[in-house]
Design a protein around this ligand. Structure first.
Ligand code: GTP
Ligand code: MG
Length: 187
């Protein structure tokens, strides 16, 4: 059984797209710090962070996302039991996915499971701060030698209207994450 972990709000949002293409043979997990968005998916919910402090979000700080994931190592390990492969998908640039993805992949690797992170880098219009946070997330994956597929969201803009609605752009981001995850499922 392949296990797919959608991490953070973007990663969880993309799960619906993945499930619409591939509903059998894959177990989906919705992993977040904030409790609210976990109710919006049919995937198995997994909340990060042992104290309620985390459940108000990370404030965009990947260190908080990382700590929240580390606190839930046992839950994550239990969720991965029996997996043939672990795929971790999320949008880098915020606190949860950027901080937690490497922790989740590291747990999988220590269990001897093949793990791949599929992450997006923010659109330019999201600003320098998010770009830098995302870049540090990529750097962490490299340092830990975690296999990853990095998608620059700016690459998607030629394929939408010149003045696209935000939800259209993020639907493209969902599709890009989903395509790469599904490719890894079938690889
Ligand atoms: N695929 C997808 N990506 C999104 C969506 N919304 C935002 N993103 C991207 O994901 C990046 C991270 O944002 P979130 O997913 O909201 O952040 P998070 O991981 O939940 O982290 P915090 O909320 O800061 O704790 C953003 O900078 C966007 O580039 C979405 O609906 N779908
Ligand atoms: Mg969030």
């Amino acid at each position: 059984m392949i296990k797919v972990f959608g991490v953070g709000d973007g990663g969880i949002h993309a799960l619906a797209k993945m499930r619409s293409e591939l509903d059998r043979g894959v177990a989906y997990f919705a992993v977040n710090t904030e409790a609210t968005s976990l109710t919006e998916t049919r995937a198995t919910a997994l909340q990060l962070g042992r104290t309620p402090m985390y459940h108000f979000g990370t404030g965009g700080d990947p260190e908080v996302g990382k700590r929240a994931a580390e606190e839930c190592t046992d839950d994550l390990r239990a969720a991965m039991l029996g997996a043939s492969k672990v795929l971790i998908a999320g949008g880098f640039g915020g606190g949860t996915a950027t901080g937690a993805a490497a922790v989740i992949a590291d747990i999988a690797q220590r269990m001897g499971l093949p793990a791949i992170v599929v992450a997006t880098l923010p659109f330019s219009f999201e600003g320098q701060v998010r770009a830098q946070i995302a870049q540090r997330g990529v750097e962490t994956l490299r340092q830990l030698e975690i296999a990853s597929v990095i998608i620059r969201l700016d690459q998607l803009t030629p394929f939408v209207d010149s003045q696209p609605a935000l939800n259209r752009l993020y639907a493209m981001a969902d599709a890009a994450l989903a395509w790469h995850v599904l490719t890894q499922c079938m690889a």
